[in-house]
Design a protein around this ligand. Structure first.
Ligand SMILES: [Zn+2]
Length: 249
């Protein structure tokens, strides 16, 4: 049993092999995390950061202020602490729910998904970026991507972020730009596109290269074993939830 601010929850450890059938889509993509969007993919689709994160953040701040104004050991203090705990819980559930559904959608509509292997901890330490990565929603999103990737047999490939925003995804030349430069304009091949779109194309390229280097050695997605600590806070949307096979080894 685990205790949360709104009650007790039973926790189950599910150890089973779950596989879902998925038709090939013929589409591969890479997701680039940007400052302005949650991600940008290779088709130029941009997903906005969810607004509710900011709204919820304000609520948390409100309860933090109230808590700090209360007297130690007072009834008001424990009340405020409980409210704050509930607010935190609500935020994390909402965020988790959002990234879970988004990740499932991305996996279902592609045959391969590439991402940057960002060191989230470093990003969070940086105050300017902390807000922009939406409370590390990206981190949870990555976990769900990998989870659904295993279920649907879609490789999720993480590549080292090396010059993905600087290099030209069309000709490969380095085109140096500052963080505020939103458009990639290549003086060498004249290729012009959104900065994050250019980056996502580079991420996909790097992933495919990485894949062709390793494909001989290990079979992709060989292990479908899932050890998942399922707290039951987020329900994957219906289609992923229904046929749950339990196979004995
Ligand atoms: Zn170029």
């Amino acid at each position: 049993m685990i205790r949360r601010h709104d009650g007790y929850y039973a926790q189950f450890l599910i150890d089973h092999e779950r596989e879902e059938k998925k038709e090939l889509t013929g589409k591969q993509t890479a997701l680039d995390v940007g400052l302005n969007f949650f991600y940008t993919d290779c088709s130029g689709n941009q997903i906005d950061n969810p607004r509710f994160l900011r709204k919820d953040e304000r609520k948390i701040k409100k309860w933090q202020r109230r808590l700090s104004r209360t007297q130690k050991g007072s009834q008001n203090r424990s009340k405020a602490r409980n409210k704050l705990g509930r607010a935190h819980l609500k935020v994390s559930r909402r965020r988790n729910d959002w990234v879970c559904k988004l990740a499932q959608h991305v996996i279902q509509s592609h045959d391969l998904v590439a991402v940057e292997n960002l060191r989230i901890r470093n990003m969070v330490k940086n105050h300017h970026l902390a807000k922009s990565i939406s409370d590390a929603a990206w981190y949870r999103f990555r976990e769900w991507l990998e989870y659904f990737g295993r279920i649907y047999g879609v490789p999720v490939i993480a590549v080292e972020p090396r010059n993905t925003s600087q290099n030209c995804s069309n000709c490969g030349e380095k085109v140096v730009k500052s963080l505020s430069t939103r458009t990639h304009r290549c003086p060498h091949c004249k290729y012009e596109t959104d900065r994050d779109h250019n980056a996502s194309r580079n991420i996909l390229k790097a992933a495919l290269k990485q894949l062709s280097n390793t494909v001989g050695q290990t079979e992709i997605n060989a292990s479908r074993e899932i050890d998942l600590c399922y707290v039951g806070e987020t329900q994957p949307s219906k289609s992923a939830r229904t046929p749950r096979k339990r196979k004995s080894k």
